[in-house]
Ligand binder design. Structure first.
Ligand code: 8DG
Ligand code: MG
Length: 152
């Protein structure tokens, strides 16, 4: 859905995004974006909070829509303010970061699918100590600041 924060709009507004640190063992699920915001950078699954949704509901919906994975519970980790005026599409997001842990047992193994290939090159598990580059700006700032989703 196009919104009122695209370039040229006379009254852009901040929007709320919910994104998920999906953790498996020592790895996190990342996908390389195909987007006017953070194109070709590695980011978490996630998207826009819809009217009436809880953070948890939004996290589960976005992960399911983008990867096919069914996450159980998720928990709030932190929130950051992301003003991205340098992007081809200027935007401002208040980004809610959630965490959900998936089982490492073979039985519970869930393989992510790239269900929105127009938005993402594909989903992969990356070890936290060997993250791919470049990371999406909001995520890059957290990592540089020492944020660790495994110990938060
Ligand atoms: P939707 O319309 O399906 O709800 O949204 P989407 O198309 O999946 O949106 P998105 O760009 O994936 O996520 C919305 C915004 O969330 C994105 O433009 C900027 C913000 N955002 C961050 N960090 C991250 C992140 O790590 N991953 C994702 N996907 N979005 C992030 O600030
Ligand atoms: Mg998304």
């Amino acid at each position: 859905m196009e919104n009122n924060n695209s370039n040229g709009d006379p009254s852009p507004v901040p929007r709320v995004a919910v994104v998920v640190f999906l953790l498996k063992g020592r790895s996190v699920l990342l996908g390389r974006r195909r987007s006017a915001v953070g194109n070709a950078t590695f980011a978490l699954p996630g998207g826009h909070l819809e009217f009436g949704e809880s953070f948890e509901e939004c996290a589960a919906r976005e992960v399911k829509e983008e990867t096919g994975l069914e996450i159980g519970k998720s928990e709030f980790l932190t929130v950051t303010n992301n003003v991205m005026l340098e992007q081809p599409k200027k935007c401002h997001y208040v980004t809610i970061f959630m965490r959900s842990v998936v089982g490492v047992d073979a039985e519970e193994e869930q393989v992510p699918q790239n269900l929105e290939p127009h938005k993402c090159d594909g989903w992969e598990w990356y070890e936290w100590d060997h993250l791919p580059h470049p990371l999406f700006g909001p995520l890059e700032r957290m990592v540089k600041g020492g944020f660790n989703p495994f110990s938060s």
